[in-house]
Write a protein that binds this ligand. Structure first.
Ligand code: ATP
Length: 435
């Protein structure tokens, strides 16, 4: 059963070292989080899984890594300076601030008597800072609110250097920043987060086809990595939610403990972005198709996902509690690609006689997989710990190992144990993990 309460995951994340509140020793820095030893590995695994599917396994997508700081011109052209705002309302009584479009009624969610809202005003979500050594005399620069603009401004660079032509995509994974009015729900909405975005450039007549294609592909990505289909849905935007240039947008949503929430938006953005940057920069951002002798500005279909939100969804969906040998346990049934550690090497006892062999096995396996070596506490407690952090396999080295050169593989989900000769260990784990 997936977690029904966000606190189950928040507590596990804190207790086991996935995610900590940021700047905790100074009382915390609201709605910022630090990813600990396990969380940083898992977040990286989420991003790697995305790059594997979206770039490595295709021959029509390339990866870039563009700057986080950008000059105002980029965001004037993209429309972010003028339009990237949320409607902010203040409560004049309890002094809290809310996003008007997140309020279900005109009653203050703090349900304090007599609360009164101001009129909504547009609050720009971009973080501005100054470049240059002299305070107040430098140039204004912005922290990117999405990674997408890096792909548009590099369209010609990539086209000329990558030998690709439409339909082709430019992908990017990296940090984005938004001064959210109401961050919250753990790592679901923070002011600093990571995005995984693809801009897929196509001939204008193929926009609708590729939009459908990416909606299906992206939904399947979450299912393939272990989220039950019934906890996911594709929600097409209503006409009044669409940006003026969008020819269709749908969100991939996950059933969070508080209801459906967006993991990813897939938008058919027409040729709006390339046209805007072309007009503002005075540079041509188009494609000449030698086969048809035609020059055109490609349409773009954009699947834009968030790595942190997605990680929260994977954790919630994988969470389970069951009973093994009359003992309750918590287990994260994470897909092996997402699990922080793939294998834990556990000598049965801390005795010097077992450690050298166990370390030898750890060194052999860690050459290939992210592994953990743990020799403290009783073996049962070590298994529980590995179950709770989602490690798919434990390899136990016992006293028989010194005689028969074999070890025990214990499987996380079934707790089944199998004896395997050390010489077959890598092949056995590779076949079970699937990579
Ligand atoms: P929302 O409606 O939740 O504010 P959005 O529609 O503005 O999200 P997009 O601009 O489509 O989001 O960004 C693409 C993805 O980036 C989102 O689906 C989400 O996964 C992620 N994302 C956006 N804002 C945040 C945030 N403040 N914290 C964490 N992830 C975010």
């Amino acid at each position: 059963m997936p977690a029904s309460d966000l606190e189950q995951i928040v507590n596990l994340c804190k207790r086991r070292g996935f995610v900590y509140p940021s700047a905790e020793i100074y009382g915390g820095f609201r709605s910022s989080y630090d990813y600990g030893p396990l969380g940083s590995l898992m977040l990286r695994n989420v991003k790697d899984a995305w790059v594997r599917t979206m770039v490595q396994q295709r021959d029509d997508v390339v990866l870039i890594d563009a700057a986080i700081l950008g000059p105002p011109q980029i965001f004037e052209a993209s429309g972010h300076l003028a339009n990237f705002s949320d409607p902010l309302v203040d409560c004049t009584v309890c002094k809290r601030r809310f996003r008007e479009d997140h309020l279900e009624t005109r009653d203050c969610p703090q349900s304090m008597k007599g609360c009164q809202f101001t009129e909504a005003r547009a609050f720009n979500l971009m973080f501005k800072t100054t470049a240059g050594p002299v305070e107040n005399a430098g140039a204004d620069v912005y922290l990117r609110p999405e990674t997408a603009q890096g792909m548009f401004v590099n369209f010609t660079n990539v086209l000329q250097t990558s030998r690709k032509k439409p339909p082709f995509g430019i992908a990017q994974v990296g940090k984005s920043f938004r001064n959210e009015i109401t961050p919250g729900n753990f790592i679901f909405r923070t002011r600093e987060f990571e995005q995984m975005e693809l801009e897929f450039f196509v001939p204008p007549s193929e926009g609708a086809k590729w939009y459908e294609y990416w909606c299906t592909e992206r939904l399947n990505w979450y299912v393939d990595l272990g989220i039950p289909r019934e906890l996911l849905r594709i929600r097409p935007h209503e006409a009044d939610e669409l940006s003026h240039y969008s020819a269709g947008t749908a969100d991939v949503e996950f059933m969070f403990p508080w209801g459906w929430g967006e993991l990813e938006g897939i938008a058919q953005r027409t040729n709006f972005d390339l046209n805007q940057h072309s007009t503002h920069s005075g540079q041509r951002l188009d494609f000449f198709d030698q086969a048809t002798n035609e020059r055109y500005v490609p349409y773009v279909v954009e699947p834009a996902a968030g790595a942190n939100r997605t990680m929260a969804a994977f954790l919630l969906a994988a969470y389970d509690e069951d009973v093994v040998n009359d003992e309750p346990r918590t287990v994260l049934r994470l897909h092996p690609r997402l699990a922080p550690y793939k294998v834990a090497v556990l000598p049965l006892s801390k005795k010097d006689t077992l450690s050298p062999k166990a370390r030898e096995i750890y060194s052999m396996l860690s050459d290939r997989y992210m592994c953990e070596y743990d020799e403290t506490q009783a073996i049962g407690r070590r298994y529980r710990r590995q179950d709770e952090i989602g490690t798919p396999y434990c390899v136990t080295v016992d006293f028989d190992t010194l005689e028969d050169n074999a070890v025990t593989i214990r499987e996380r989900d079934t707790t089944e144990q199998t004896r395997v000769p050390i010489e077959n260990l890598v092949a056995e784990l590779t076949s079970r993990l699937g990579f």
